[in-house]
Design a protein around this ligand. Structure first.
Ligand SMILES: Nc1ncnc2c1ncn2[C@@H]1O[C@H](COP(=O)(O)OP(=O)(O)OP(=O)(O)O)[C@@H](O)[C@H]1O
Ligand SMILES: [Mg+2]
Length: 253
C-alpha cells in the first residue's frame, strides 16, 4: 500500500516532453529523493503531484484516491504540502503570521462566525495561535516570531517555509531543493531536521536536491530523472554506483 503513487505520468509542453512515463511509489514514512540534472523534470513532477499541472497522460494517487485532476487547494486539504525552489514567503509579514496563514486552511468555523468573531471562532483562533507557537518552537524559530520574513537569514527562511507547510497538517511533504543556498553546516543541520520532522509529525517526505551530501545522507530511496525519463531508482549506494547516473551527471557518452 503506497501513500503516494504516480502511474505512467507524462507532461508535455508543446513539443517538449518534460516528464515521461513517470512511476513513483512511496510508502508511508519513507524519505525519498528525486534527483537529476537541470531541466530533468523534477519540479514539473512536483507541480503535477500538487495539482499545479494536470498531466498530459497518467494518474496521481494519494492513499489510493485518484487526485490527478484535483486543485492545489484540494490537494493541500487532503494532506500534501510543499515548499518551492524559489522561496515563497509573505516577505513583509512576520514569522508568526506566515505560519498562521498556513493554519487557516484547517479552520472549521464558517466565514460568518469569523466576521462576527463568535466564541467558537475565537476558541479555534486561540488554538491555532498556540499550535503555531509550538510549531515555531519545534523548528527553532521561536526567537524570531515577530521578525519580518525577509529579514531572516536564508537558512531560517527555508525553515519557515517548511513550518508554514507543516501548519497545514500534511501527511506528505514535498521539498524542492531545501538546501539550495545553504552552507555545509546548515546542510548538515537540515538533514537532522528532516529526520526530526519525519518522526515528530509522522511524515512521508519526497525531496528534490542537488546537494549530494544531503540526498545521500537523508534519503532511503532515490529516483533519477534525465530529460524527463527515469533512468534509475534505488538506494543511495545503488544510485552512486549506477553508470547511467554517472553518465547523466558527467555528460559522458
Ligand atoms: N510551464 C512550462 N512551460 C513550458 N516548459 C516548461 C514549463 N515548466 C517546465 N518546463 C520545461 O520542462 C523542463 C523541465 O523543467 P523542470 O523545471 O521540471 O526541471 P528541474 O528538473 O526542476 O530543473 P532544475 O534542477 O533546474 O530546477 C525544462 O526544459 C523546462 O524548461
Ligand atoms: Mg526544479
Amino acid at each position: 500500500m503506497y501513500i503516494l503513487r504516480t502511474e505512467n505520468v507524462t507532461m508535455k509542453f508543446g513539443g517538449l516532453v518534460a516528464v515521461s512515463d513517470f512511476n513513483l511509489e512511496i510508502k508511508h514514512n519513507e524519505i525519498v529523493g528525486l534527483i537529476g540534472p537541470n531541466g530533468a523534470g523534477k519540479t514539473t513532477a512536483f507541480n503535477i503531484i500538487t495539482g499545479q499541472y494536470t498531466p498530459t497522460e497518467g494518474f496521481v494517487f494519494f492513499n489510493n484516491e485518484d487526485i490527478t485532476t484535483c486543485s492545489p487547494y484540494e490537494i493541500t486539504r487532503l494532506g500534501i504540502a510543499r515548499t518551492f525552489q524559489n522561496i515563497r514567503l509573505f516577505k513583509d509579514m512576520t514569522v508568526l503570521d506566515n505560519v498562521l496563514v498556513g493554519n487557516h486552511l484547517r479552520l472549521r468555523s464558517p466565514l460568518l462566525s469569523s466576521v462576527l468573531r463568535s466564541p467558537r471562532y475565537r476558541k479555534e483562533e486561540r488554538h491555532m495561535i498556540q499550535k503555531s507557537f509550538n510549531l515555531l518552537r519545534d523548528l527553532g524559530l521561536d526567537d524570531v516570531l515577530y521578525e519580518k520574513a525577509y529579514s531572516l537569514p536564508y537558512g531560517k527562511q527555508r525553515r519557515l517555509e517548511i513550518a508554514r507547510a507543516l501548519a497545514t497538517d500534511p501527511k506528505v511533504i514535498l521539498l524542492d531543493e531545501p538546501a539550495a543556498g545553504m552552507n555545509p553546516q546548515e546542510s548538515i543541520e537540515l538533514m537532522n531536521f528532516i529526520h526530526e520532522i519525519r518522526e515528530k509529525f509522522d511524515l512521508t517526505i519526497l525531496l528534490i536536491e542537488h546537494t549530494m551530501q544531503v540526498v545521500m545522507g537523508v534519503c532511503e530511496r532515490i529516483y533519477v530523472l534525465d530529460h524527463g525519463v527515469t533512468i534509475a531508482q534505488g538506494t543511495p549506494e545503488e544510485i552512486q554506483n549506477n553508470p547511467k547516473v554517472i553518465e547523466a551527471y558527467l555528460g559522458v557518452n
